[in-house]
Design a protein around this ligand. Structure first.
Ligand code: MTE
Ligand code: MO
Length: 434
């Protein structure tokens, strides 16, 4: 390395450095922040670094005016920050999935354009003025709402994670996909705006025999799931906005069901109908799919809650350590369908020693939590793991513990501890050691 990294002591500025600094001051272009960065926490102010000693084009010419992008898009230099799919996973993109680039994101909120997509019959395009939500079945009054009708109910705002029950499903029997985007990217966390499902159900008047609700989508898959009335009356939202703007077409525009903490499949997109009944409907998505085949051949059904889980997003296979030894920031995400995350532990030696990570940012129930662990990397190989504990005291299990409890046949509901191997060169690989 020619310049000292952040983990190494900053060298005293040499005379030549001071000289170039003085000439910079003369031109009147020196940013105060650059000096502070160079002397305090950054690399030593190096002579002859044209990135700081030369005036760049962006410093010389004015840029585009306002309205160059009426709907703003990310910097052209962030073009690699995209959803990605795995081509061999599904036969056709209309019934497929892509993945959130977790290793490229900060904080707890997923930008709308990066929320993973899971469709069973493609992205349905709905004209909002023609969209209707119907409530029928065991109710006093069968009702139909337009979007305008719905927006006259009191609104609520909540940040919630959505995790597909199949997230990490490919990893049940061993490590397989080399990237946190692919092993854990079927999760996103969004601030939803909508109306309480309870308010709509109260308006219809649920009969005392009405103990189950069937939610149905307006897409060609007519996705349908049974939801127990206690959950429907508790915290479910009929949402029309995400992160402050209308739902994206991929996420169910103009209306989707939000079922906090429960598996993503129940969050019906393009929501068109709510039927009230006295028993579950046993639809395809709650029998053939989204059930857990146990070791004895029995399929466990209705495992709705997404249990406590975490993963280190950086470093990870798509985000290796490139700065060499010294000061290193480890970052990750934790979440639980049971509420908030109480603690996250991090190990850099494959679970022998654990350190309490620092949770930073809002700690909201059933939302993603961001954690950090800062350490000095000595350049030796590491086995990185994270283990979350939720507010009910549930501890994220190892994959061996999961397989002992549930056998080898499962796909869904894998909340096991993930291990990343870091080599001396900083390259990261998906491995399994426990
Ligand atoms: N109408 C409808 N709703 C749906 C689906 C669908 O294909 N059609 N897919 C479900 C599944 S399996 C998941 S994991 C989530 C994915 O939500 P997202 O695409 O917003 O990430 O939507 C659920 N709701
Ligand atoms: Mo899903």
């Amino acid at each position: 390395m020619t310049r000292s990294g952040p983990g190494e002591p900053a060298a005293a500025p040499e005379d030549s450095t001071l000289a170039s600094r003085r000439s910079f001051l003369k031109t009147g272009l020196l940013g105060g922040a650059a000096v502070a960065g160079g002397l305090a926490s950054g690399r030593a102010l190096a002579a002859g670094d044209p990135a700081i000693t030369e005036i760049q084009d962006w410093n010389r010419y004015p840029g585009e005016g306002v309205d160059a992008r009426p709907y703003g898009t990310p910097s052209e230099f962030e073009g690699n920050v995209v959803r990605r799919s795995v081509s061999w996973l599904t036969a056709d993109p209309i019934s497929s999935v892509n993945f959130t680039p977790l290793h490229e994101l900060e904080g707890i909120i997923t930008p709308n354009g990066l929320c993973f997509e899971r469709h069973h019959a493609g992205i349905t395009i709905i004209e909002p003025t023609e969209h209707r939500l119907m409530i029928n079945g065991l109710v006093d009054r069968q009702l139909v709402f337009t979007m305008a009708d719905l927006k006259r109910f009191p609104r609520v705002n909540h940040a919630y994670f959505l995790e597909c029950a199949a997230n990490s499903g490919m990893e049940w029997r061993g490590s397989q996909l080399n990237g946190v985007q692919f092993t854990h990217g079927m999760v996103h966390c969004v601030v939803y705006t909508g109306v309480r499902l309870k308010d709509l159900l109260d308006e219809a008047g649920i009969k005392t025999t009405g103990t189950w609700l069937l939610a149905e989508g307006a897409d060609a898959s007519a996705m349908t799931r049974s939801i127990p009335m206690e959950k429907a009356m508790d915290d479910c939202i009929v949402a029309f906005a995400m992160n402050g703007e209308a739902l994206r077409p991929e996420q169910g525009y103009p209306l989707r069901l939000v079922v906090p903490g429960w598996e993503g499949n129940m969050w019906i997109k393009w929501l068109r109908r709510l039927e009230i009944g006295d028993k579950p409907w046993h639809q395809r998505e709650e029998t053939s799919k989204y059930t857990d085949l146990l070791a004895d051949g029995v399929a466990r059904r209705f495992t709705w809650v997404m249990e406590v889980k975490s993963v280190i997003t950086n470093p990870s296979p798509q985000a290796p350590i490139t700065h060499g030894r010294g000061r290193t920031v480890l970052s990750g995400l934790a979440w639980s369908g049971n509420g908030t995350i109480k603690r996250v532990d991090v190990s850099i030696d494959g679970g022998r020693n654990w350190h309490t990570a620092r949770i930073d940012g809002p700690s909201l129930p059933r939302a993603l939590h961001r954690f950090y662990y800062e350490f000095d990397w000595d350049g030796s190989e590491l086995f990185l793991q994270s283990r979350a504990v939720d507010e009910l005291g549930f501890v994220q299990p190892t994959k061996d513990e999961l397989r002992t409890a549930r056998g080898e046949n499962s796909i869904y509901h894998n909340n096991g501890i993930q291990t990343w191997h870091v080599g001396p060169d900083g390259a990261v690989e998906n491995v399994e050691i426990s």
